[in-house]
Design a protein around this ligand. Structure first.
Ligand code: ZN
Length: 359
């Protein structure tokens, strides 16, 4: 990488070229330092005063991975925006790694952070919206200099967008690039809020993006994440926080067993809830249980700190009850009901003790 040893006077027409180069350098160094992987080279084009690239059908900044490419074009009016430069760089790096570029997705040519898109567009743009947040070190996507609107210019704070932000202004799901970017950011960052308890850092995300298979949508990224062996419980919660639902509910498997207790006796650890519960994303220790219904409280059914069901019926009581237990993965729940029978001790049977004498 080249070193600068040149003072650029204020008002110099070449100043934006310096800004752009510094943005490219920051992006490359961030990825290289965080992952150990060289994301490859980037060609950037910019011309003083030029917001539209000759022969290109649209104005504004863009990435071209096709004829004449690969390169990023930085429109003059966005050269001030380090987030825009790193955004286009993110497209270029994804193309470097995967050869994937959405040239055919015409619906994606005109998009914004919270526009309703298709899953391919939202993945491509969501990744490119996420990268500048980590490279430039703040939670806002700035169309101006930033951070977060400092120095003027529109911005969107992707960290604060959550399930309280509703359509139509803020549509939900993995076909919205701002949601994908927010989910990636919550997987990445160590600031946790609401459902976000994830702190995975950049390398765990980039290693999926930059390595085969080459995901073309966020759900494919999620499949690769699950296959990577990384924690899924916290990941699916961070994604949920950003309105994308990849969570499968827990289930009782096998169903909870009925239990029979002798009158006047109790049964400690009558049911091991870990043995009867399962979940795709959460391990047993990441699930929670509670009793949501008991047809007769005299059954004396409780759940102890070790996630076992204890049964201590009221002294002298005889009868049956149905108990419903709810398992929760913290996002979704499942219920199952089992029966407790408290039966009388009919007879105390003393078996004769037979001693066998060996000759
Ligand atoms: Zn883009």
């Amino acid at each position: 990488m080249a070193e600068f040893n040149y003072g650029v006077p204020a008002g110099d027409n070449w100043l934006p070229a310096m800004w752009i180069f510094q943005d490219l350098r920051r992006a490359w160094e961030y990825i290289r330092n965080a992952t150990g992987v060289d994301p490859g080279s980037v060609t950037a084009k910019w011309e003083n005063g030029q917001n539209c690239y000759p022969s290109w059908p649209f104005c504004g900044s863009y990435f071209n991975g096709g004829v004449g490419g690969p390169y990023i074009f930085i429109a003059h009016n966005s050269a001030i925006s380090g987030d825009t430069v790193v955004h286009e760089t993110g497209h270029h790096y994804m193309w470097n790694a995967t050869g994937w570029w959405l040239w055919w997705d015409v619906g994606c040519y005109n998009h914004s952070l919270f526009s309703q898109e298709d899953v391919n567009c939202a993945w491509s743009e969501g990744w490119a919206d996420f990268l500048p947040l980590v490279v430039n070190g703040d939670t806002c996507y700035d169309f101006g200099r930033g951070p977060c609107g400092a120095g003027g210019g529109a911005f969107e704070n992707l960290e604060t967008r959550d399930r309280d932000d509703l359509p139509p202004l803020f549509p939900w799901g993995d076909a919205v690039e701002g949601r994908v970017a927010g989910a990636l950011y919550d997987l990445f960052d160590s600031a946790n809020e609401d459902f976000d308890s994830a702190t995975f850092g950049f390398a765990s995300i980039a290693s999926i993006v930059f390595q085969a298979p080459h995901e073309d949508r966020f759900s494919a990224f999620w499949n690769s994440w699950k296959a990577s062996g990384q924690n899924k419980h916290h990941a699916v919660r961070a994604i949920w926080q950003n309105t994308i639902d990849y969570d499968t509910p827990p289930r009782f498997e096998p169903p909870l067993p009925d239990r029979t207790v002798l009158q006047g006796f109790g049964w400690e650890n009558a049911i091991d809830l870990w043995a009867y519960s399962t979940d795709e994303e959460s391990s047993d220790w990441e699930l929670d249980w509670q009793i949501v219904y008991t047809s007769d409280w005299r059954c004396g059914v409780t759940i102890d700190a070790g996630d076992y069901v204890d049964i201590y019926p009221q002294a002298g009581w005889l009868g049956s009850c149905d108990v419903t237990i709810r398992a929760s993965d913290s996002l979704k729940t499942a219920d199952d009901t089992f029966r407790v029978n408290v039966v009388p001790v009919r007879a105390r049977v003393f078996l004769p003790l037979v001693l066998k004498n060996n000759p």
